[in-house]
Unconditional design. Structure first.
Length: 55
């Protein structure tokens, strides 16, 4: 039985947008969104490859 829950890129991007609104994470507003999105894509690919493997 597979109990793993996969969080997709769109969900992560939504979380990132919410994080940018948090006062204690205000440093995220000091950079443009593109590098943050690219880092998020790389992180998503790494987690996917590690936990679900590549065939």
């Amino acid at each position: 039985m597979n109990t793993k829950k996969k969080v997709g890129y769109k969900q992560n991007l939504s979380m990132l947008k919410n994080w940018k609104k948090q006062e204690y994470l205000d440093f995220l507003t000091k950079v443009i969104i593109i590098p943050l999105q690219q880092g998020l894509r790389h992180l998503q690919a790494t987690f996917t490859n590690f936990f679900w493997g590549t065939d």
